[in-house]
Design a protein around this ligand. Structure first.
Ligand SMILES: NC(=O)c1ccc[n+]([C@@H]2O[C@H](COP(=O)([O-])OP(=O)(O)OC[C@H]3O[C@@H](n4cnc5c(N)ncnc54)[C@H](O)[C@@H]3O)[C@@H](O)[C@H]2O)c1
Ligand SMILES: [Zn+2]
Length: 448
């Protein structure tokens, strides 16, 4: 009661059934047993449905043994563990029969706690924790040390690492995986990992059978390439990315997209292959070089602007958790990028044009996104102060005409007219056409 379940169901974008709405509170006057019997019936009907649904369970439902059994058999149970005083503040002025007296409310809370512990698969503090649980993303400082338990299943594990990360944290990962670790592989550093040659070598080295799991340990290049190996090897096996760069923790390892590059362009061959679990340990960021951190901050600022919350001001653990949850929520609602997920391209139409004009040399994706965010904010009639302070973008030296032509060829352009993600008053607007002279003027301002 009062934990915020309704808000969370909306965030997950699934139909939501609040069981207590179907049980008239008036029944309470006939006594709690009559009320609970009716509640059990409603819960059974809902849980027997075939399609996924969020069930907003009344706080007392777990006191019914039949409901506890149903939950164990048919549901992933998330316990929203708010403290008793917060919950009381939220419900005290309501007409709920069990929320009329503070002392009684506290007593109920203590009485039910063991039952919640018994049925919960996941304990969550807020909506972001629930989203992360639903997306199988585990964010925890020190998680690397528990990797053996955190990789789902009990089959063999192949550890696929970035060479630099293997040098710094590889031993810890291997020790944590313990006896499950069957093989170790290294991909070439950086974007070289995302080539057919590297993937081919990995395919041929792998010895796992179909019960095995690939653990991808490194930045976004490692998770993209090892993820595609997992999507294709033996027609697809389970994988668990353990992202080590900020880019990978808040972006690349969230959402199930995997890819390698072709000479014709980046990310042109890939697959959607959702990880069995993503294990995010923010402590790994402590060894990340500053320029690489700034690459990730560009996506953190993007996510914060889209969410309307300053994620970039948070300490690392929260910055990662909230940015990852923001992306996970969008990807859960739109797993195959048919709609809303396009919002994640804020600033990216400009960024891709600048990267193409630079010939993908000398201009990193993060620096290009920082510039692209400036342009997207200006076109949206917004202040650009945050981007300037946090990301300090500098105009780039590229050919103006080349950049403009690249923007017109953008994947998301329709008939040569680039489309943009802009920020409206109620959040992002997708696929917005902008007058050519405005788009060109904003692109020009990004070029030195
Ligand atoms: N699949 C997706 O949805 C998605 C989303 C965003 C980006 N990406 C892809 O991600 C890639 C970029 O990822 P990236 O920026 O992580 O690059 P990266 O994997 O090359 O890592 C950047 C550098 O940081 C080093 N590094 C990583 N973690 C470290 C750590 N903890 N300590 C010390 N050094 C560390 C790596 O060795 C590397 O040199 C691009 O190929 C991009 O296309 C994919
Ligand atoms: Zn990006």
């Amino acid at each position: 009661m009062g934990a915020g379940k309704t808000t969370i169901a909306r965030t997950l974008g699934l139909p939501c059934v609040a069981t207590d709405e179907d049980v008239p509170i008036a029944l309470f006057e006939e006594g709690e047993p009559a009320f609970r019997a009716r509640e059990a019936e409603v819960v059974r009907t809902v849980l027997e449905r075939a399609e996924p649904v969020v069930v907003d369970l009344g706080g007392g439902a777990v006191t019914i043994p039949e409901v506890r059994t149903l939950l164990k058999e048919r549901a992933t149970v998330v316990w929203l563990d708010v403290d008793v005083d917060t919950a009381w503040e939220r419900v005290r002025r309501s007409d709920r029969p069990l929320a009329q007296d503070h002392g009684e409310f506290k007593r109920l809370y203590e009485e039910r706690r063991p039952l919640y512990t018994e049925v919960a698969d996941v304990v969550a503090r807020d909506a972001d924790d629930v989203v992360l649980a639903a997306a199988s993303v585990h964010v925890e400082r020190g998680a690397l040390g528990r990797l053996g338990e955190l990789v789902p299943g009990d089959g063999a594990v192949a550890l696929v690492s970035d060479p630099r990360v293997a040098g710094i944290h590889g031993m810890d990962a291997q020790l944590a995986l313990g006896p499950r670790l069957a093989e170790t592989h290294e991909l070439p550093p950086g974007e070289e990992a995302k080539t057919l040659a590297a993937l081919d070598r990995l395919w041929q080295e792998l010895r796992l059978d179909r019960t095995g799991t690939i653990v991808a340990f490194g930045g976004g290049c490692t998770t993209d390439a090892a993820g595609l190996a997992a999507a294709t090897y033996l027609r697809g096996i389970a994988w668990t990315p353990v992202p080590t760069s900020l880019v990978a923790q808040v972006d690349a390892a969230i959402g199930g997209k995997t890819a390698i590059d072709l000479p014709q362009g980046k990310n042109l061959v890939g697959a959607f292959h959702w990880p069995a679990r993503t294990v995010v340990d923010p402590a790994l960021l402590e060894t990340l070089p500053e320029p690489q951190r700034l690459e990730g901050m560009a996506e953190v600022v993007k996510a914060g602007l889209l969410a309307g919350e300053p994620f970039w001001e948070l300490p690392d653990d929260e910055l990662v958790r909230r940015s990852a949850a923001f992306k996970a929520a969008i990807c859960l609602r739109d797993p195959h990028e048919r709609g809303e997920r396009a919002a994640l391209n804020l600033g990216h139409t400009f960024a891709h044009a600048l990267e193409a004009a630079a010939g993908y040399e000398g201009l990193t994706h993060g620096r290009a996104v920082a510039l692209g965010l400036l342009a997207a904010l200006r076109l949206s009639g917004r202040e650009t102060g945050v981007v300037e302070e946090v990301l300090r973008p500098q105009p780039v030296r590229v050919d103006r005409e080349l950049a403009w032509q690249a923007m017109r060829r953008d994947k998301k352009a329709r008939g040569g007219d680039p489309r943009f993600v802009l920020l409206g008053d109620d959040g992002p607007r997708i696929g917005v056409a902008v007058p050519e002279e405005d788009a060109r003027r904003e692109l020009d301002r990004l070029i030195a």
